[in-house]
Design a protein around this ligand. Structure first.
Ligand code: FA5
Length: 402
């Protein structure tokens, strides 16, 4: 290796220290300070500047901006860094390098400077605004944004959350009805349904309530004509199911019922009932008690105590009411349970032999139990709601709580 080759490979001391300087350091010095004396060294120096300009511009484009405001700020910062009249890189080069260049190097510096000035047009505000994208913008290229909306107008931001349609929720009555169904489905019962516009025969006569019977008044309802009514309870489904399936039979009949009751906090003219019916050989009142006690504990919780009080329904004999310890006071006594500690929750009893006969089932061979409960009243106890009317008013503020 010759000496001259060695000299070429090791840069002079000043050149070495120059290579460690930042661009700003260099543009604040003269070519003389930088020990730049040859056209090659000038070429290298401007090449370095050109590279810096391009990489800073590319960096900004790659980084993008989160919105128009940020883009305008970033664009201005880069533009000013290179093109500001006072202190911009181009202006400093003009002042420190070109104007102070030795005569013999001026043409070389001038040419290189002109090239850099042309290149620096790429950091002019208008140009940069086109090139720097807004992150997440639906517009693939900011050029399109400019063409479509004009510079400065916001483009579509696909990162913004969309408009959500509010999701509905299951109505508390439906929720409670399904909960009751689930408990009985688990016991092997199946679901049965019947018409809401029902014949007088199925609503009353077949249930052992002849026309002259005073109990018809109790279930006074809306008559469509003399033969047809809006059913006042779900019990007609019992007869229809017995006729359809025969015995043995274990069914649950959820559905609407209608009565000519004055609306108040516990009465509605339309409400929901769930009817239960079990018909088999050797069915006794003990089966009824055991099943309803199991159901009440499943629905209201294990702490609930159950009891039965005598009652009357024309279609059951004997008849009763399932009574549970008050869910509000735990049996201590409160306004809801009228200080008794107990509340009646559903009518029930052993299916009357006449009713089995109307259903085409031999009462000598089969026996059965039945119950009927009001779903709204169960929901009121479950969710501590004090007005039945709330269920039917469709107020979203009430319904969205479930
Ligand atoms: C009956 O409707 C019987 N069919 C129940 C039955 C079936 C007994 C099978 C025996 C064997 P009752 O009229 O008590 O019974 O009504 C049953 C339940 O419906 C009541 O406990 C109550 O929770 C509810 N209910 C009655 N009327 C209304 C009303 N106007 N608004 C809201 N719920 C009501």
């Amino acid at each position: 290796m010759s000496e001259s080759e060695t000299e070429n490979r090791i840069p002079p001391k000043k050149a070495r220290s120059r290579s460690r300087m930042s661009i700003d350091d260099k543009t604040n010095k003269t070519l003389k300070d930088l020990d730049v004396k040859t056209p090659e060294a000038i070429g290298e120096l401007f090449a370095e500047l050109s590279l810096a300009l391009d990489s800073e511009r590319q960096h900004l484009i790659g980084e993008g901006a989160s919105d128009d405001h940020e883009r305008a700020q970033k664009v201005k910062a880069l533009r000013d860094r290179w093109l500001a009249r006072k202190g911009g890189q181009v202006s400093l080069i003009d002042e420190n390098w070109l104007k102070k260049a030795p005569k013999e190097l001026k043409p070389t510096v001038g040419r290189a400077f002109n090239q850099l000035r042309q290149q620096s047009a790429s950091v002019e505000t208008e140009q940069l605004l086109q090139d720097v994208p807004i992150r997440g913008s639906a517009t693939a290229h900011p050029e399109t944004t400019k063409a479509e909306f004009g510079v400065g107008r916001p483009s579509v931001d696909i990162t913004l959350p969309g408009y959500r349609r509010p999701l509905g929720s299951i109505h508390p009555v439906t929720r409670v009805m399904r909960e009751i169904e689930d408990i009985f489905l688990g016991l092997g019962f199946s679901i049965e349904s019947g018409p809401e516009v029902e014949s007088v025969y199925y609503s009353f006569d077949a249930l052992n309530i002849p026309e002259s019977h005073p109990a018809r008044d109790e279930w006074d309802t809306l008559y469509v004509n003399s033969e047809t009514v809006l059913r006042p309870h779900t019990s007609p489904v019992q007869i229809r199911a017995m006729k359809k399936h025969g015995a043995p039979l274990y069914i649950l009949c959820p559905g609407k019922a209608y009565r000519h009751d004055n609306p108040d906090s516990t009465h509605a003219t339309m409400f929901h009932q769930v009817e239960g019916l079990a018909v088999d050989t050797d069915i006794t009142f003990a089966d009824l008690k055991g099943t309803l006690e199991y159901f009440a504990k499943k629905f209201f919780g294990d702490k609930i105590k159950t009891n039965f009080s005598p009652s009357f329904f024309p279609f059951t004999e004997p008849s009763g009411e399932l009574v549970i310890s008050c869910v509000f006071c735990g049996g201590e006594g409160c306004r809801v349970c009228k200080e008794s500690g107990w509340v009646e929750v559903m009518g029930c009893g052993m299916v009357h032999p006449e009713v089995l006969r109307h259903g085409g089932i031999d009462p000598e061979r089969y026996s059965g139990w039945a119950f009927g409960l009001g779903v709204e009243r169960f929901a009121m106890m479950k969710y501590d709601i004090n007005d039945i009317q709330l269920f039917h008013q469709g107020d979203v503020r009430f319904l969205e709580q479930f």
